[in-house]
Design a protein around this ligand. Structure first.
Ligand SMILES: [Zn+2]
Length: 487
């Protein structure tokens, strides 16, 4: 621990907690002083006077959690309290993942799945990234957001038919849109190459777009072409694309998602480690053995169980198992899924060992991949971060609390180039969580997913108390975080 200088006064003093600074360093007993939106000092501050004191005895004081993989693009506007995230200690979300971002696209037709996961045609009303950023800045949310621009969104705004590779002039058009988005602050570019609107994009098309990132220190985040039987070739494609573009790549929600791949995360992580000797690679992971997305027939065979999260045609099917619906309807799983379309599902398609191995990998960051508009969402939306700290760190002892917190704070801020975030140090922004390490836990289940976490005491966003003792304060101090070249 280090004290630059103990200030005489500060706005807010968090006294007597176990400070875990987000770097992975060991915890220490100390106080944290905050003035305006920044941390003044960390250490023994018994002589510092404060307007307001938070008693953190018996609690951990940590940087606010950074959810590096979200689909909260529209939620920030429609539900600026962002309760599913703020209630678990999240103070920053990276939006625009999996090729799907709300901007830039002024929709002239219904968004094709999976773009409908974040909003309807009316939601896609931002012709430029800057217009989206301004909308968020004019009506701030309770937490910070760092936006990526999605390839599927660019394709929708540029192409008449998404079932083919983009033509030269379409690629140039998308590059220009991505470039102006980066100039307006976007932190990077994402793909969702497994999904219909993005699937026909060739590696050349992706590399041409990702080539815009370097100048802005932007990140390339990819939901790869395949996470099942073709996992290894998809990894290779991701590495090559990022090398060609000269940018860092983040592999989204890394998993082994088919019976043939179960148990092979040791190999996939070894491939990532080997490639990381030559280039910058990050990865994110959510702490569950089930995934969730739109209803996709490709996932039926690989899943042990499928649960319906929403259905336009059969709304009452939400929360029910596809297998039970197929019995009721006396039809196959494929036929049952067709009757539910368009809709979403939870797919139990991973093994515990793989999830744990990926969680413990030193490069893995925590990202929820929560789907906030689903009617019966996967519990990861409300429970990801407390689950890592409670179930995986305290109960399973996969890693120390310091290591677990590093994966959701310091490592995440460093990988996504979020300056002065993710660490509890003098002069960093005061995004702070105070929680009880003995009580912190996710309370949601697959049956009852929408439950706030246990053990979260206080959450500060840019120096302002946003959540305290189980309730939001109504603060709206979230900011839009930009790439390092536009701040
Ligand atoms: Zn994805």
């Amino acid at each position: 621990m280090s004290i630059h200088s103990a200030p005489d006064r500060c706005d807010l003093l968090i006294r007597g907690g176990h400070v875990i600074d987000g770097t992975g360093a060991k915890s220490f007993a100390g106080d944290v002083a905050v003035t305006a939106d920044r941390i003044d000092a960390v250490g023994d501050l018994q002589n510092t006077h404060a307007e307001e004191v938070i008693d953190a005895r018996g609690h951990v004081v940590a940087p606010g959690f950074i959810d590096v993989h979200t689909h909260d693009d529209h939620l920030l506007l429609t539900n600026p309290e962002v309760t599913p995230k703020l209630s678990q200690g999240v103070t920053t979300v990276v939006v625009g993942n999996c090729g799907v971002s709300l901007a830039p696209w002024s929709a002239d037709r219904p968004p094709p799945p999976p773009m409908d996961l974040i909003g309807s045609e009316q939601a896609y009303r931002f012709p430029t990234f800057e217009s989206y950023r301004l909308a968020l800045e004019q009506k701030p949310a309770a937490i910070n957001a760092a936006p990526l621009v999605g390839h599927s969104t660019l394709r929708c705004s540029t192409m008449d038919n998404l079932d083919r590779p983009a033509r030269h002039e379409e690629i140039e058009n998308m590059r220009a849109q991505l470039r102006s988005s980066l100039q307006a602050g976007a932190i990077g570019f994402s793909t969702g190459l497994a999904y219909a609107p993005n699937r026909a994009a060739t590696p050349d098309e992706v590399a041409a777009l990702a080539g815009e990132l370097q100048e802005f220190s932007g990140i390339y985040a990819t939901h790869m072409r395949d996470e099942g039987d073709q996992l290894f070739s998809a990894l290779e494609e991701s590495f090559v694309t990022a090398r060609r573009a000269g940018c860092p790549v983040v592999l989204s929600h890394h998993k082994c998602a088919s019976p043939k791949m179960w148990g092979r995360s040791a190999e996939s992580l070894a491939r990532i480690d080997a490639a990381a000797e030559q280039q910058l690679i990050g990865l994110d992971v959510y702490p569950y053995t089930a995934g969730s997305t739109i209803l996709m027939e490709d996932h039926i065979e690989a899943s042990k169980r499928i649960m319906v999260t929403w259905s336009t045609t059969v709304p009452e099917a939400r929360g029910r198992d596809l297998a039970d619906l197929a019995v009721d309807w006396d039809c196959s799983l494929v036929e049952a899924m067709r009757r539910l379309q368009p809709g979403g599902g939870i797919y139990f398609m991973m093994e515990d060992d793989d999830v744990e191995r990926i969680l413990t990998h030193p490069k893995s960051m925590i990202g929820s991949d929560g789907l906030p508009h689903d009617e019966h969402p996967h519990p990861r939306l409300w429970g990801t971060f407390p689950r890592v700290l409670g179930h995986y760190a305290r109960e399973r002892q996969l890693f120390t609390l310091e290591q677990a917190l590093h994966k959701m704070t310091g490592l995440s801020a460093k990988t996504f180039h979020l300056a002065d975030r993710g660490v509890l140090q003098a002069s960093a922004f005061a995004d702070i969580v105070v929680f009880d390490p003995d009580l912190i836990a996710d309370r949601g289940t697959f049956e009852e997913p929408e439950q706030t976490a246990a053990g979260i005491h206080t959450v500060l966003v840019n120096g302002t108390i946003a959540w305290q003792r189980g309730i939001g304060t109504g603060s709206r101090t979230g900011r839009i975080l930009k790439n390092p070249k536009t701040t």
